[in-house]
Design a binder for this molecule. Sequence first.
Ligand code: MG
Length: 376
Amino acid sequence: MHLPADCAVTNTGALVERRYPEAPHPYRLPFERDRARIIHARAFRRLAGKTQVFTHRYSDHFRSRLTHTMEVAQIARTVAAALGLNETLAESLALVHDIGHPPYGHAGERALDEALREHGLRFDHNLHALRIVEHFESRYAEFRGLNLTLGVREGIIKHSRDYSPVDHPELASYFLDQRPPLEAQLIDLVDEIAYLTADLDDGFEAGILSLGETRAGIRLLEGFYVPMQVKYPEAAEKLVFNEALKRVLNALVDDLIDETRLRAERANADTLEAIRDSPHRLAAFSPAMEELRLEAKRYLYDHLYNAPELAHDHDEAEQVIATLFHAWVANPELLPQSYASQIEEEGAPRVVADYIAGMTDQYILGHYQAWTSRNA
Ligand code: MG
């Protein structure tokens, strides 16, 4: 059974509502307009200059946040289409899912969060993404932000986790006591598929992951590697690896589609209302695949994300972000006027974090070099 194709849209006027009402477009649907607004956003273009796992120092042909985002978007479309969901909503959510990430990947996010904690604040990239599309993007004369539909804004917040209404009263309009639409629930799992396979690819290419150890440590890879070796006995190792990796990706996608469909059927969740009222999220991998996926993920943490080869970049991220954060909080007159003017309302630490979070790797490094040469 496919979920009805219209369950995310036509039954649910609320999902396509905008904060500032706009006349319907003659031939583009609301989520198609949101997709265009996201792609045309400055914060989206800056994803090209932000680290996914490897900084540009390592290589120019590894994934950036932007190319990772495009991989997530195309997998999200495939899964949404197979489940009869709204492909454009899923694609829009995928395109926007990492827009709130600071420079230097997860090391940068950790450093910014630690700096904010000193002031009793936290950095959360989902909440920051909402600030970007609601406030920082400045394209329209009539309103601040991109005026995205409620469905996309809800998905930005809830695609990867739930927020408690007690801790986040400002998010009250996003149905915090309910599950998000399946299009949003899928994004985090599709993100997992995209980065797991991409990081194996880039990690192997970088020479950080060794083929023998990785095959021994990741059953999901080994299960496809052996038959590909048999099928292509003359092929170069990297091509056998690619054939296996492609099948890993397909197996994860197939499993996600089948398990999500199964859970939706079991819960009788064939309307958005039923999906929202379900006690748990319905998008999921099967238990057997989840075990294999977690094994692979743990392997990547131990052998790639925390590899000594990447330690230099992580140290740099910490150093650059902590130094500039403290410098600007102590000297807010150095901030651009558009940020400085927000300090009264938001406080310097939050405003400085907003400023830093928007930067690309190269841009923040330039600021760091300027600051350290002035203060040497
Ligand atoms: Mg991502």
